[in-house]
Design a protein around this ligand. Structure first.
Ligand code: PSU
Ligand code: MN
Length: 322
């Protein structure tokens, strides 16, 4: 047996779907324990699973539970991670071995979730927002390990862009250097999580799940090692006013600097503070966009599964230089 797989438990439903070539969507768990307050975090995690299911894909929420890598959690596991919140270790790639060796629980970031999804054979992953290059990174060097993982691990990550707690310009530059494509789903604009636009453009606009699945197949058929970012803008009715959200983000960043928050504590602090400052609005937006991403990820996973033996082209798909 592959020794790495000896550390991994794939839920029976997920295993069966993978064996039959059916659509599976990975979901992360840092968003549960560190990204939203309890109990909305648990309710959202369960709703996101149901949304993927309703759109034809089997959900596989990923975490580390008592030292085991998990692709597919029970409702009880999700409840436990959500209730424990920040008391659960936030596990990015560098933390994985230590949490496993200690037999502990861990909430997996985008990076660690991609890694476990790839081990399990899952190619599509839905989340809210990815990590990136933080503002002030020229001094702090704070660049999320999510970006390196995207460069190395063949999983398509469906997200609503990245929050402007990050330096989005530098994040795009970093992704370009690492060869990670940023695809806009039915948009030319890079979305900024709470807003549909950021002032930046994506690298490619693709308008269907089939076209995205074809690009995934082409990328991996030619042996390119990494993943891709699929940026799916927040539904218009939930989008927030850019000036308002920018003001709250600026305040949260200022408070983080005053309190000397850095390293892996930085993103959870900023997420929690922005949630507090914006009250229920940002949480409602956050929930809506994650559900929206689960729907698109399910459609991509279905198209990818359906095209497993197809050529890596979609006749009629437009490639518009941006
Ligand atoms: N951005 C969000 N919501 C999140 C995260 C980021 O809008 O929940 C989480 C994700 O799990 C992401 C992680 O992978 O934070 C990035 O943390 P860091 O910057 O420490 O790599
Ligand atoms: Mn960081």
């Amino acid at each position: 047996m592959n020794p790495t797989h000896a550390l991994l438990d794939i839920a029976p439903e997920v295993q069966a779907a993978l064996a039959q070539g059916q659509a599976v969507v990975a979901l992360e768990s840092t968003i549960i324990s560190h990204g939203m307050p309890y109990p909305q975090n648990v309710q959202t995690a369960l709703r996101v699973e149901a949304e993927a299911r309703a759109h034809g894909a089997v959900p596989a929420t990923v975490a580390i539970v008592q030292g085991r890598l998990k692709a597919g959690l029970s409702g009880a596991d999700i409840e436990r991670l959500g209730r424990a919140g920040h008391a659960v270790a936030k596990v990015s790639r560098r933390d994985m071995a230590f949490v496993v060796a200690a037999g502990a629980d861990g909430a997996t970031t985008v990076a660690a979730t991609m890694r476990i999804a790839a081990l399990a054979g899952i190619r599509v992953f839905a989340t809210g927002g990815i990590g990136g290059v933080h503002r002030g990174a020229e001094h702090s060097f704070d660049i999320s390990a999510d970006l390196q993982e995207l460069a190395q691990t063949p999983v398509a990550v469906v997200c609503a862009g990245a929050k402007s707690i990050l330096d989005l310009r530098l994040t795009l530059e970093y992704l370009e250097t690492q060869g990670v494509p940023v695809v806009g789903y039915q948009t030319d604009a890079l979305p900024a999580f709470f807003t549909r636009e950021s002032g930046f453009k994506v690298d490619y606009r693709l308008d269907s799940a089939q076209a995205i699945a074809a690009a995934m197949r082409a990328q991996w058929a030619m042996g390119l090692p990494g993943g891709m970012v699929v940026a799916n803008p927040i539904p218009a009715q939930y989008a927030m006013d850019r000036e308002t959200i920018d003001r709250f983000i600026a305040q949260a960043l200022h408070e983080a600097a005053l309190q000397g928050i850095s390293g892996k504590a930085s993103t959870p602090f900023l997420l929690a503070r922005v949630n507090e400052l914006t009250g229920g609005d940002s949480l409602a937006a956050n929930i809506a966009l994650v559900l929206n991403n689960a729907r698109l990820a399910a459609a991509i996973a279905l198209a990818y599964a359906a095209g497993a033996n197809c050529a890596s082209t979609v006749p009629g798909a437009k490639l518009s230089p941006l």
